[in-house]
Ligand binder design. Structure first.
Ligand code: FAD
Length: 315
């Protein structure tokens, strides 16, 4: 019922589905790095309240696009469409739903993307998805896609006009044997039709710049948007490292350890780090900044960070 309501509201507010530029078109025409934010569908009532508040507050950030995860961290896939539609109706100019292959046959994945397109979305983040909690290896569903590259190829055929994003891993995907092998598989996704790459979070910009150089020397020309987590504490970093691989630079680690008994100081240490990361990435030619804000707006309103993000938007 709620979903139907949002779908109707969406087509009322945005009757012309073609009025939105794809992310590729934005990358080509913006003349500056894009700013984007990732949301996830809330799992609890309290999470819903936080999400609703954050969705209103983050409009002030004027992101060029926002994305909505699918099934990440145990959330079901269904709410992605509802949350994406809600964000569109609230005034976010471009919303990209994520779609994974977990527990779904090829037809189910393709049907679900058709549904996104029918609702007016012209960008999709195509992902394989993680193995279920406690399992080490991904097992495709019967007649399911084994790798994201297979999904991208099928999507490109089914929806030729769709702008497709894929995931990249500056510090290697945990299942990959080494970075070279992982980049070869990333190239398969781009060759299959992906338009741009968004990276896993990293704290060391050197890892991103080296990754971009290696991708370019392998013939990957697609834009590579760096994914960043504004850090609030050492605890947060430890939590994030339980499900993604990234190095913590020793200077940051020492400063966060020294501030462990003072949460405000730890937040300042983390956010200054993020400001430095963003400034250096933009100076180094990154085509955008993608923020993993974990459905919270609090970090964005730190004066140093909001000033830095305003500079990214060319203000
Ligand atoms: P793939 O590109 O298929 O790669 C998975 C692994 O298989 C890699 O190790 C790769 O090297 C290897 N591989 C690829 N092709 C082959 C081949 N032909 N032969 C052998 N090995 C191969 N997860 C969610 O559940 N929901 C989300 O919304 C979500 N959003 C994300 C957004 C971003 C920007 C990022 C970086 C990650 C996101 N994830 C999400 C996590 C992602 O689903 C996991 O990292 C998942 O384990 C891999 O997905 P993938 O699309 O990168 O897979």
């Amino acid at each position: 019922m709620r979903r139907l309501f949002f779908l109707r509201l969406h087509s009322f507010v945005y009757p012309d589905k073609q009025m939105f530029m794809t992310i590729t078109q934005q990358l080509q025409t913006a003349g500056r790095p894009l700013l984007s934010v990732e949301f996830f569908p809330p799992k609890t009532e309290a999470g819903r309240a936080t999400f609703d508040q954050t969705a209103v507050e983050l409009l002030q950030l004027k992101p060029d696009f926002v994305s909505v995860t699918c099934g990440a961290g145990g959330t079901a896939a269904g709410p992605t469409l509802e949350i994406s539609t809600q964000l569109s109706t609230q005034g976010y100019r471009s919303v990209m739903p994520h779609c994974t292959c977990v527990d779904r046959s090829r037809d189910e994945v393709l049907d679900s993307v058709d549904e996104f397109v029918a609702a007016g979305f012209n960008n999709i983040m195509a992902l394989r998805g993680d193995p279920p909690k406690g399992e080490r290896y991904f097992k495709p569903a019967p007649d399911g896609f084994r790798y994201a590259a297979e999904m991208v190829a099928a999507l490109r055929e089914r929806q030729p006009a769709l702008c497709i994003g894929v995931a990249g891993y500056p510090e290697k995907h945990p299942e990959a044997l080494n970075v070279d092998e992982d980049i070869r598989h990333l190239k398969e996704k781009v060759d299959a039709g992906a338009d741009f790459i968004t990276t896993q979070l990293f704290l060391n910009n050197g890892a991103y710049f080296e990754f971009v150089d290696r991708c370019r020397s392998e013939g990957i020309t697609a834009p590579i948007l760096p994914g960043l987590l504004p850090i609030l504490s050492l605890e947060q970093i430890k939590r994030m490292r339980t499900f993604c691989d990234f190095q913590v630079p020793s200077r940051l680690l020492q400063d966060l350890e020294a501030a462990q008994d003072n949460p405000e100081k730890a937040e300042r240490v983390g956010l200054y780090w993020t400001v430095e990361q963003i400034s250096e990435l933009v100076e180094g030619g990154a085509p955008g900044i993608h923020l993993y804000l974990l459905n919270r707006a609090q970090t964005i309103f730190y004066p140093e960070l909001s000033a830095c993000l305003a500079r990214v938007r060319g203000e």
